[in-house]
Design a protein around this ligand. Structure first.
Ligand SMILES: NC(=O)c1ccc[n+]([C@@H]2O[C@H](COP(=O)([O-])OP(=O)(O)OC[C@H]3O[C@@H](n4cnc5c(N)ncnc54)[C@H](O)[C@@H]3O)[C@@H](O)[C@H]2O)c1
Length: 507
């Protein structure tokens, strides 16, 4: 009998639901545009301010592609990017502010999107309904049902959908994962992902002007339209730290590291449970004003413990200064005592393997001697374009399903954290809870290091305590919580018409 893996099971249930779907929004273009090997692929880059610039450089630098459209709701950003493409390629793309114009143009083969997170899934679903392939930045979703919808849409419309977790295309990480699978550091059933990355306050919560060049209604899209009112000083980028739009560093840096951790542990499914604790602390101390309210509302320090039964993963976000003397072991593994540390540590029975950089991994034996190094970057966009031409979705290094699983880890942690936000705990109370949680990590050592991190940054946890979310049990195949109605209620957000992302059964 052929055994079905859990991954197949989840994909089948998602796809079965998709088969019952409603009509797509963009009708009449559900077939792939045909391309011969010599044809140029026409594309639209959607969302161009920061990361979108990387997408533009990647496609503008290739002879087999042409950027036909720059899509940005900010005209200044859009025109500047058009200038850049024209200078580089001699052809000026068309700037449009509404992505739906691109979906209506049958000559466009694919879109490449680096909008804020709250737009990713709707943009991807609309693109695929319109017969376009889609490169979508991480995290591919703003919540779990959106990721499931993207997986279903790619399958239903036969589209190529790559996610922007580019480490999947880097030989350094590919080889390190192979090395572990071959037993290079023995049996590995625990990984720790780190985002020790300094994040300053984004400014005081307030009412700020929206740049004249920006269309805030289109920018808000599927998120609530805040009147119009901008509650943070800086329009671009800082939305990462406001939960209506972003997912904090769990959903910003996290999907790179949790993706590598899942890959190295061989976990092609959701976890069975999650618990998260932490806070958005330290900015009052930094500003020397106990009444200071930062405009961000995601955690700047968040620890998530994921249980997979026989395996376990921890993801640690630290947004305050990481010049932390309590982390000697971690400092040694990363080879740098004071700077940011972003990576994954795999703990094996015969050694440890560290992903130190996107293009550099190091394996150590049990005595701490280096036994192997892995180096090298790859071409994630190239991998996508090859699949666009070959129509072989299985050749993608980072397809929608993998992107969905890794984004979901951020969403699971944040749901636990948000539910527990008002549950302020003393260090002793946190210890008492964590002692009872099943984990392959030393939960108390991780807590102690987190507490030390706060102390090192002048945070008095008695005056501004951490908070702790509930231990949430999750049914991986059905994608529902089994012990919290409250958690199920915030699994999926409300939309604002006409920016409604369909669920998997309606893509
Ligand atoms: N893979 C990576 O290594 C990597 C690195 C950085 C950022 N990212 C991802 O890229 C995305 C963008 O991040 P950023 O830091 O560049 O943000 P940003 O705010 O600097 O840029 C987003 C751009 O999207 C535009 N935009 C917003 N809504 C739009 C819409 N409906 N249609 C068209 N354009 C729209 C904005 O005007 C802005 O120009 C995020 O999802 C982030 O997680 C990935």
């Amino acid at each position: 009998m052929v055994q079905r893996t859990r991954r197949q099971f989840l994909q089948e249930s998602v796809y079965a639901a998709a088969a019952l779907s409603a009509a797509p929004m963009f009708s009449g273009v559900s077939q792939a545009q045909s391309t011969s090997a010599n044809d140029k692929l026409l594309c639209a880059v959607i969302g161009c301010n920061g990361r979108g610039g990387g997408h533009i450089s990647a496609y503008a630098g290739r002879k087999d592609c042409e950027i036909a459209y720059i899509v940005d709701i900010d005209e200044k950003v859009g025109q500047t990017c058009c200038d850049g493409v024209e200078k580089k390629t001699g052809r000026r793309p068309k700037w449009v502010k509404d992505m739906r114009k691109v979906f209506d143009d049958k000559s466009v083969h694919f879109v490449s999107t680096a909008t804020p997170n709250h737009w990713h899934a709707l943009c991807g679903v609309w693109a695929m309904q319109a017969g376009k392939d889609a490169f979508i930045e991480k995290p591919i979703s703003h919540d779990i049902p959106e990721g499931t919808a993207l997986v279903a849409a790619a399958k239903k419309y036969g589209r190529i959908c790559q996610v922007g977790t580019q480490c999947r295309s880097n030989p350094a990480v590919q080889e390190a994962v192979k090395f572990m699978a071959a037993g290079g550091i023995g049996r590995v059933d625990f990984a720790r992902g780190l985002c020790y990355k300094r994040r300053r306050s984004i400014g005081a919560l307030g009412d700020y002007p929206i740049p004249a060049e920006a269309d805030f209604d289109l920018w808000s899209g599927p998120a609530p339209y805040t009147t119009p009112k901008l509650t943070r000083p800086r329009f671009h980028y800082d939305w990462h730290w406001q939960r209506l739009y972003g997912n904090g560093d769990s959903g910003n840096q996290g999907p790179h590291q949790t993706d590598i951790a899942r890959w190295g542990l061989g976990l092609n499914r959701h976890p069975n449970s999650v618990i998260a604790y932490g806070g958005r602390l330290g900015y009052q101390t930094e500003r020397k004003d106990p009444k200071y309210i930062d405009a961000g509302d995601t955690a700047n320090t968040e620890i998530a413990v994921y249980d997979y039964g026989d395996k376990c993963m921890v993801f640690e976000t630290r947004g305050l200064s990481v010049d932390n003397s309590a982390d000697e072991e971690i400092n040694k593994l990363f080879g740098k005592p004071t700077a940011n540390k972003i990576g994954v540590i795999f703990y094996g029975t015969e050694g440890v393997l560290v992903q130190r950089e996107y293009t550099h991994c190091v394996a150590f034996d049990r005595q701490g001697n280096v036994i192997k190094e892995f180096k090298g970057g790859g071409d994630h966009y190239g991998n996508f374009l090859q699949a666009v031409r070959s129509r072989k979705a299985e050749s993608l290094n980072s397809d929608a399903f993998q992107g969905h699983l890794s984004a979901a880890l951020a969403h699971l942690a944040n749901i636990s954290y948000y539910l527990g936000e008002k549950n302020h705990v003393s260090v002793g109370q946190a210890k008492a809870v964590l002692e009872r949680i099943k984990s392959r990590d030393d939960n108390i050592a991780t807590l102690n290091r987190t507490v030390q991190h706060f102390k090192d940054n002048g945070v008095d946890l008695e005056k501004t305590p951490m908070s702790m979310g509930p231990l949430l049990k999750f049914e991986p195949d059905k994608e529902v919580f089994t012990n919290s109605a409250e958690a199920n209620q915030i699994l999926h957000r409300q939309y604002r018409a006409p920016f409604i992302c369909p669920t998997a059964d309606k893509v």
